[in-house]
Write a new protein. Structure first.
Length: 383
């Protein structure tokens, strides 16, 4: 037997085990469509906190959907973080017509903070709710979403509930990348393990992080992760480390976000958190590049450059990957046939990992929404 044969067998074994984990995990996560939107009396007050910087393109639609939520006790806090477009004017107009909407304006960013974490932290200083919902300024919600999420949180006695949205991206290639990213995220985060208090795995989703206010303040909140560009996941890690209960639910039928609008936005957008996701450890990035290259890109190439038993093994690998991707698509409101684009999505992800890490190291930091953050300061804020 040759090395190529053993490599093919190893990759098949890897994806066979991964398929068992992901297929089972997808069935462990609750869908909000199965949750009756029935609240206790009185319903807990919810403060929705949004950080907005140069969000004029999507802000009106997203904020209108928040105003249309059929939740009985609600306050909206939007922090305008040094916006240079029409964000401020839109917020002023909408606040005049809704007394629940509070607008906080940031003129200058204090040192030692990322813009987003600072904005969200400022919002919490105004919040009076028993629950706080952190969401983004481009997320569109269906009216019953919050009612269902709070009902699930109360039913399960959770301190933190993350809900996954439907990723609405224009163009087939972007949608294929989105589906591929779902699988990569599932294998990286194992979100169904977040509910297990004995597990290391934790969860957090920027589109919908619903947190008990007392737990948020007790764990240090965004002040403890002030220099984390992956603040959504790290907030979940903070809560998990302090012993608070958390879980994730699927909400593709009730929430959508335009994750990125172009391929260039994907590449630039992930500059801020691809290296951060590895806690700025170069060896972990390189390991990820090798594993993704061998396991997610090479099997498709091998169908063209190998033959005999080895090609048959790689055909099985591709079949297993496709089955898992179709299952992820079903669970997340994506198109199943976009699984065909996985080798392109995986190759793009490998390129993004290499490009991001190289840029972060050469620049000595990250550029994010018009501000430069030194790598030395980012590395110090490890959780």
């Amino acid at each position: 037997m040759t090395f190529s044969f053993y490599l093919a067998c190893a990759i098949l074994l890897f994806y066979s085990l991964a398929a068992i984990v992901v297929l089972r995990g997808n069935r462990l996560l609750r869908s909000l469509s199965t949750v009756a939107p029935v609240l206790p009396r009185p319903a807990p007050r919810v403060s929705i906190i949004v950080a907005a910087r140069n969000e004029a393109r999507n802000l009106r639609e997203a904020l209108s959907s928040l105003q249309s939520l059929d939740y009985p006790r609600l306050e909206l806090i939007v922090v305008n973080d040094r916006s240079e477009d029409g964000t401020g004017a839109i917020l002023e107009e909408m606040a005049r017509n809704d007394q629940r909407l509070q607008v906080v304006t940031v003129r200058e960013l204090p040192s030692g903070w990322l813009g987003k974490t600072h904005a969200l932290w400022l919002g919490t200083q105004r919040a009076r709710g028993e629950l706080m919902l952190f969401t983004d300024a481009d997320v569109v919600m269906e009216p019953s979403l919050l009612r269902r999420a709070v009902a699930l949180m109360v039913e399960q006695r959770l301190d933190h509930l993350a809900v996954s949205p439907r990723m609405a991206m224009p163009g087939t290639l972007l949608s294929m990348f989105g589906l591929g990213f779902m699988l990569m995220f599932a294998l990286f985060a194992l979100p169904w393990k977040a509910r297990d208090p004995k597990s290391y795995f934790h969860i957090g989703i920027g589109a919908f992080n619903l947190v008990r206010a007392s737990a948020y303040r007790a764990c240090g909140g965004h002040e403890a992760i002030r220099m984390r560009p992956d603040d959504d996941m790290k907030l979940g890690k903070l809560l998990k480390k302090k012993g608070y209960s958390q879980d994730m639910a699927r909400g593709a039928e009730f929430m959508a976000v335009e994750w990125y609008a172009s391929l260039g936005e994907v590449i630039r957008g992930l500059e801020k958190n691809a290296f951060a996701g590895a806690d700025y450890r170069l060896w972990l990035v390189l390991l990820g590049v090798v594993v993704h290259g061998l396991c997610s890109v090479y099997p498709y190439l091998a169908l063209l450059v190998t033959g005999g038993a080895i090609r048959l093994i790689y055909l099985l690998v591709v079949a297993v990957i496709t089955v898992v991707l179709i299952d992820c698509a079903r669970a997340n409101g994506a198109k199943a046939w976009h699984a065909l684009g996985f080798p392109l999505a995986a190759a793009l992800f490998v390129w993004i990992l290499l490009r991001t890490t190289t840029l972060n190291l050469l620049q000595g930091g990250i550029h994010w929404r018009g501000t430069f953050y030194p790598l030395e300061a980012l590395r110090k804020n490890r959780i």
